[in-house]
Design a protein around this ligand. Structure first.
Ligand code: FAD
Length: 316
């Protein structure tokens, strides 16, 4: 059993994606002898060095002009066959969820999704800690077999930067696009706004807002703070906001320095997505709302009065 890890990740416009650096850092903490990072992206070569700082022992970059799942799968499959790593780790972001599922099925390998931690056991097999049953339990699972797969939930582990410079080489994109060619991509519902997963301040709204139009209050509070906007599943299910905005177990996990929850009850499925934020401020008119159990500052008030006042203060 090889205690080596291949981390597959992305290079964004501003460098190696934070989600990828989280995976590399976690791979190092897992006790891997070697951590190879395979980075996909347009300017992957330029950014690849940062992966070494996070703990990669080698880096291969794949310059891809457009995203192709089939080609990524063929490329990573080739790399796995070359080095037989004990674990292939990716972020549980859109790319990782898709690619890990395809490869684990194709190679008939074990797969633990949405992990909060990965570690090699004394027997050399990887173990993972992952939420189950809507986050009600944290399961410790052992991955058997020569090569296993895991995806790591975003924003749940720290990024380390005490690694060294490493050798960077190119890995050729393999396979073909299988007839599917990505001809364009919209920035999505959050286009032009601060990215929720990476934001240092998040203002989120819940059903307490009562009407979709009242989300304007959240936008007005977010603007002076340059904050990203979040929402509960209630809000998303009601069609007030797109799924991209959802924070929680089935949405995004965020760890901003400041999280302001407005009209949000604090159901466990929402809390697992934001409770590790640096400072939590909650506005709710029910003093018994569970959100106050995790809040550093609680404002028991009618949000329709308190939120505009707070926004006005911040604007000035
Ligand atoms: P509510 O629970 O209805 O809370 C509204 C709050 O607004 C209340 O606390 C109320 O006191 C307050 N309020 C009302 N009027 C005012 C006012 N005028 N001023 C101030 N406060 C006011 N939820 C998520 O958010 N994210 C997830 O990813 C998620 N995943 C789920 C997965 C599963 C499998 C399941 C079963 C559920 C999931 N949920 C998730 C749903 C979750 O259980 C809750 O139903 C949801 O988070 C509640 O949303 P809310 O706080 O907006 O609404």
């Amino acid at each position: 059993m090889s205690k080596s890890i291949i981390v597959v990740g992305e290079v964004a416009a501003d460098g190696v994606a934070k989600a990828t650096l989280e995976c590399i850092s976690e791979a190092k903490r897992a006790g891997a002898d070697t951590v190879e990072a395979i980075l996909f992206g347009k300017a992957a070569k330029v950014a690849a060095g940062a992966a070494g700082k996070a703990g990669a022992t080698s880096v291969r970059y794949v310059e891809e002009s457009t995203y192709s799942l089939a080609q990524r799968a063929a490329t990573v499959e080739g790399a796995i066959k070359e080095s037989s790593p004990g674990l292939v780790l990716m972020s549980a972001n859109t790319y990782g969820k898709e690619l890990a599922g395809v490869l684990a099925a194709r190679l008939k390998a074990g797969f633990a999704s949405e992990c909060l931690e990965v570690r090699f056991g004394d027997d050399g097999q990887p173990r993972a800690l992952r939420p189950m049953y809507s986050g009600k339990v944290l399961a410790r699972v052992k991955l058997n077999g020569p090569t296993s797969f895991a995806t790591l939930r975003q924003n749940t582990v720290p990024v380390t930067d005490d690694g060294a410079d490493v050798a960077v080489s190119e890995l050729a994109l393999a396979g073909s696009a299988n007839g599917v060619v990505l001809t364009g991509a919209d920035a999505g519902a959050t286009g032009g706004e601060v990215d929720l997963s990476e934001a240092s301040v998040v203002v989120a709204g819940g059903r307490g807002l009562k009407e979709p139009e009242n989300f304007k209050l959240i936008e007005d509070l977010a603007a002076p703070l340059k904050a990203a906007i979040g929402a509960t599943r209630m809000v998303v299910d009601a069609g007030w906001k797109d799924f991209h905005y959802q924070v929680g177990q089935t949405g995004k996990v965020v760890t901003p320095s400041l999280y302001i929850a407005v009209g949000i009850s604090g159901a466990i499925q929402h809390l697992v997505g934001m409770q590790n934020s640096g400072c939590i401020v909650a506005i709710n008119n029910d003093p018994g709302a569970p959100i106050f159990k995790v809040a550093d500052y609680g404002i028991v008030a009618d949000l329709f009065e308190a939120t505009p006042k707070l926004a006005e203060r911040l604007k000035n």
